[in-house]
Design a protein around this ligand. Structure first.
Ligand code: S3P
Length: 456
């Protein structure tokens, strides 16, 4: 298939039976940690050497945004050297395009809001400009930030807007607040913690349910004074001398468990498969999907092989297994949020009725994932019902023959990968719109996927 065609769509040929997956499967660096490995040292004005980072479009959006405000990057082989500026600055009328990346947009709103000498506009692609930003902007405004949103809801956002007479609306530092978050969101939590680094007084955040804690772990590694007790997280602002007292630092980004989840489900569902995925992040807020798949009967062997950036490092060995239905509760959902698309594929291939609860946040991801999961499974003939915040999937109702399926993942990388894994598992031809959206998180996926299909 030519490069140009691969960029427009990808097709699983109906006549080639997908071979079992064997050997070692690779995953890119953890996307969540890669964003933080760029943003947090920059925010703390610490020079850092980063290896293993995710080179997908999302993390590149973060890198480009930081470069636009004065952070200097130097590529040195596989490593990236980051040097923060003494003073963050940007050209007049700077527009920063975050592409598809909600993490870049939300975390950097926290940073930019705390830098009163910066005036810039932040925007994104057709998917990102529909996603809710007010959840971040409202508490930042309560801290004293000046940020304007389109219809007070979405990007484009103008940070530190100039007033009519061209003077800054806000010139003061932010102040701390006590804030009870209305949604369990690691992006919201992180934006506020980052803004709190430069505030005049401490900020305390109350989480309704725990979410991934990479920001807290990395800020502690950076020497920031952060206390986390139950639902409460308090961050004390950086002192004036903080930057002067710090040595250069090295960060090695572990493999992305959310990317590994795709190969796990592919291997579990394709008879005769047996694979190993090495060096993934084993953080418990990211690996709940392993427990769920094991509960479904999946043979996944976890080996803890060390630590990286204050997080456990795992190898996973996965053997093809018959799967059965499962039920997950709302309190589990923040730790499964990114994996529901591929878990829905596993459920569609499992015996019995699966129910996933507490899914309302899926409506505001890179696509309306509740709708997109339902649409995908229905296209394959699977009996599925998406409620406001739940999914009910009757396994083994998929139709395994018929015309090629045509699916538009709405620029959502995880929906595109889930569709390909499902088509592979049931050996149906599929055409995916804009399949290149997968490169937002997993630039090597299509190459490995195509060789796993052709490699009989
Ligand atoms: C992320 C947090 C999650 C997740 C997203 C990445 C992060 O979103 O879905 O893909 O890196 O902080 P929430 O902010 O909704 O938890």
């Amino acid at each position: 298939m030519s490069e140009e065609l691969i960029n427009r769509f990808s097709m699983v040929h109906p006549l080639i039976k997908a071979a079992p997956l064997k050997g070692e499967y690779r995953v890119p660096g953890d996307k969540s940690i890669s964003h933080r490995a760029l943003i947090l040292p920059a925010a703390c004005q610490r020079r850092v050497r980063i290896t293993g980072f995710n080179t997908g479009h999302d993390v590149m959006a973060t890198r480009n945004a930081l470069a636009a405000v004065g952070v200097v990057f130097k590529d040195e082989g596989d490593a990236l050297l980051l040097s923060p500026p003494a003073i963050f600055q940007c050209a007049p009328q700077t527009v920063i395009d975050m592409g598809n990346s909600g993490t870049s947009a939300r975390l950097l709103l926290g940073l930019f809001a705390s830098l009163p000498n910066l005036t810039l506009t932040m925007t994104g692609d057709a998917s990102l400009i529909k996603r809710p930003m007010r959840r971040v902007v409202e508490p930042l405004r309560a801290m004293g930030a000046s940020i304007e949103l389109m219809n007070d809801k979405t990007l484009p956002a103008v940070c530190n807007a100039l007033s009519v007479n061209n003077s800054l609306v806000k010139t003061n530092q932010l102040h701390g607040i006590m804030y009870a978050m209305p949604v369990a969101s690691a992006q919201l939590k992180s934006a506020l913690l980052i803004a709190g680094l430069r505030a005049l007084t401490p900020i305390t955040i109350i989480e309704p349910l725990p979410s991934r804690d990479h920001t807290e772990n990395m800020l502690r590694l950076l020497g920031v004074d952060l206390v986390s007790e139950g639902q409460y997280i308090t961050i004390n602002p950086l002192s004036a001398e903080f930057a002067n007292n710090q040595d250069d630092m090295s960060i090695h980004v572990p493999g992305d468990p959310s990317a590994a989840a795709f190969w796990c489900v592919a291997a579990l569902c394709c008879t005769g498969s047996s694979i190993t995925i090495k060096g993934i992040n084993g953080n418990s807020y990211r690996t709940e999907f392993v427990k769920v798949l094991q509960q479904m009967g999946g043979q996944i062997i976890v080996e803890c092989v060390g630590q990286s950036v204050g997080e456990p490092l795992w190898n996973l060995t996965v053997h093809a297994s018959p799967l059965m239905a499962v039920r997950t509760a709302a309190h589990q959902s923040p730790a499964l949020m990114d994996e529901f698309p591929i878990l829905a594929v596993a459920a569609a291939l499992a015996d019995g009725e699966t129910i996933f609860e507490g899914l309302s946040e899926l409506r505001v991801k890179e696509s309306d994932r509740l709708h997109k999961i339902e649409e995908l499974l229905r296209l394959f003939g699977c009996a599925v019902e998406a409620g406001d915040d739940y999914l009910r999937i009757i396994g083994k109702t998929i139709v395994t023959s018929g015309d090629p399926i045509h699916y538009d993942p709405a620029l959502d990388h995880r929906m595109a990968m889930s569709a390909l894994i499902l088509a592979r598992a049931v050996n149906r031809a599929i055409v995916i719109e804009n399949v290149d959206c997968i490169a937002t998180s997993f630039p090597t996926f299509l190459v490995d996927f195509n060789s796993s299909v052709m490699n009989k």
